[in-house]
Design a protein around this ligand. Sequence first.
Ligand SMILES: C[S@@+](CC[C@H](N)C(=O)[O-])C[C@H]1O[C@@H](n2cnc3c(N)ncnc32)[C@H](O)[C@@H]1O
Length: 274
Amino acid sequence: MLVQEGITQLIGCSDSPRLDAEVLLQAACGINRTTLARNPCQLVDPQSASAFFVLLKRRSEKEPIACILGHKEFWSLDIELNEATLVPRSETEILVQAALDAIPPDTAVDVADLGTGSGAIALALAIERPLARITATDISRAALAKARENASRLGVDILFVEGDWFTPLAGSRFDVIVSNPPYVRQNDPVLETGPALFEPALALFAGEDGLDCIRALCVDLKSHIKPGGLVALEHGHDQQDAVYALLSATGLESIVHVNDYAGLPRVTSARGSL
Ligand SMILES: C[S@@+](CC[C@H](N)C(=O)[O-])C[C@H]1O[C@@H](n2cnc3c(N)ncnc32)[C@H](O)[C@@H]1O
């Protein structure tokens, strides 16, 4: 049985060999989970079988399932990906929740998502807060193209603009600014083995201490946040003190950390002064 062969190949390469083998077989055959579960021994045509083995090889080289399949669930939304987009991480849902807590459902407020990538954060906010006027930026044209496609497929209205952090937003102020910027240290050993090997460097690296992008964002935060508005930034689990210091130096107030599902500080938020 093909699934069994897949499991055998993936043992030692994946933490979830059965699930991965099943998902890849479904993708190769164009069938869903229920169909596969009902007919586990169904005959697979030779073309689908060879497609399955190609996918299995990619997975056995540790390429993440989301990169292989070209999509990932985030905030219960199906987010399509391309070679220029980061795979949205579950911890980024903490950032979405921090922003939602600051966006009233019944008021039209201005929201910016900087470094939107696939659009994951902006899309989740747009779905949850249909009245919000959301602007999403990225320096990568290819990532923005995918984010636009995702917005159109999900039927939400987001203004996408290309450029370096706040540069394309000159003169605009927002009630809420969120960003999950690149924050990986240039020489982080995790990059030699981890899934990040398969993701765009532009979405990951931020200089020697991983803080270059947060530093760049902090230069202009104060002039783009409305009085009392919320800034929320995702960062590495050991970067909270440095991010606190950077936000504090901008003159923003009420700085707090929010922990991720593992109990690690993952988001730091601050308020514009009133
Ligand atoms: C860590 S990824 C986050 C993607 C997405 N927001 C998410 O949470 O899944 C960082 C994003 O910032 C973008 N980026 C990197 N440098 C940038 C810059 N100077 N100006 C704007 N965006 C930038 C990358 O292209 C990438 O899409």
